[in-house]
Write a protein that binds this ligand. Structure first.
Ligand code: DAH
Length: 344
């Protein structure tokens, strides 16, 4: 037996013994350096294989392979053991009392504006209306021109808006631009949609108005749609919203995008029509604007006004939500005050 064979056997025995005192990751690392690292006997023998005499080579090769395999096997076993031990330690240290009651997740609530929206969706959904989304950032054309307000027309002042740095791009002041978007997408099909969404207006912040609010637009287009269809649809909506006996009235009005135009009032549900603070003594609450879609708007939408007709309406939901829940300031809606929001 060659001297080096004996040395390698001794090295293996020494390594296995040394491993017994290893108890953590750091000392394991040191052990690896010593017995299997670059400067270890095993690795040095590997390094010198080339210089060995031909007949020694297989003998020493076998011995060093055995020593290395032995050390590696011992190491693997140790690593396993250390891992199991640290896991065991974690189990005992981080005990979990599964009998403790769980933490209750905090449940969110539906924002009052969305409660109103949901009710509106339900009512018009029952009448076969689809919900259509259209952009909050609009072009000047959709917000004005296609709604029969050409550039520089004074009617634009009623819907003055926020202009952006980009020429012809504005924040929509009403959901009406969506009318032309649906028409252009659907023409010449029949249309029965509502278009809900955020609208923005260049306005002073007060308890009754904000620069941001929500509108729901209504659009019906088809052959032979009449003012009576509009009246019936809106009355049904009012009854389902304000009660079976809610009285409504239409007042003549003006909007560039409808002809004829009207505003619909509902009898004040606070005083029952007698006159109070909420209805400012009139007994009526204005709830929406409406009318027969103007021929120019139909044409911009791709419908021939000689063949098709339609009605449209638009309502803001912020004020009616104020009334519905007796909220005294419109700014509560977007203040994100949890004390307010938790009441719904
Ligand atoms: N867009 C109008 C506004 O914001 C509301 C409106 C009135 C919409 C009459 C309509 C309509 O569709 O027919 O004041």
């Amino acid at each position: 037996m060659l001297e080096i064979e004996g040395k390698l056997q001794a090295e293996l025995a020494r390594g296995i013994e040394a491993l017994q005192t290893v108890a953590n990751a750091e000392s394991l690392e040191a052990w690896k350096q010593e017995f299997l690292g670059k400067k270890s006997l095993v690795m040095q023998v590997y390094g010198s294989m080339g210089k060995l005499a031909k007949e020694e080579r297989p003998i020493i090769g076998k011995a060093v392979n055995q020593a290395k395999a032995g050390l590696e096997a011992a190491l693997a076993e140790k690593e396993e053991g250390i891992k199991a031990a640290s896991q065991q330690e974690a189990f005992t240290k981080e005990t979990l009392d599964v009998t403790l009651p769980g933490r209750k997740p905090r449940r969110g609530r539906i924002h009052p504006l969305h409660l109103t929206l949901r009710q509106i969706y339900r009512i018009f959904g029952d009448m076969g209306f689809q919900i259509y989304r259209s952009p909050e950032v609009e072009t000047d054309d959709y917000n004005f021109t296609f709604l029969n307000m050409p550039p520089y027309h004074p009617a634009r002042d009623m819907w003055d808006t926020f202009y952006t740095d980009k020429e012809g791009v504005v924040l929509r002041t009403h959901t009406s631009p969506g009318q032309v978007r649906v028409m252009r997408e659907r023409a010449p099909e029949n249309i029965r949609v509502i278009l809900p969404g955020t609208t923005m207006r260049y306005e002073q912040l007060t308890a009754r108005s904000e620069i941001e609010f929500i509108q729901v637009e209504l659009l019906v287009v088809g052959k032979g749609i009449t003012f009576a269809d509009m009246r019936g649809t809106l009355n049904d909506f009012a009854r389902r919203t304000f009660g079976e006996n809610a009285r409504t009235r239409l007042r003549p009005s003006f909007f560039p995008f409808t002809e004829p135009s009207a505003e619909m009032d509902v009898e004040c549900f606070v005083c029952g029509g007698e006159g109070c603070g909420v209805c400012k003594g009139t007994g009526w609450l204005e709830i929406l604007g409406c009318g027969m879609v103007h021929p120019t708007v139909l044409r911009y939408g791709g419908y021939d006004p000689e063949v098709y007709s339609g009605f449209a309406a638009g309502m803001g939901i912020d004020r009616s939500t104020l009334m519905r829940y007796h909220i005294d300031d419109i700014r509560h809606f977007r203040n994100n005050d949890i004390r307010f929001l938790e009441q719904f």
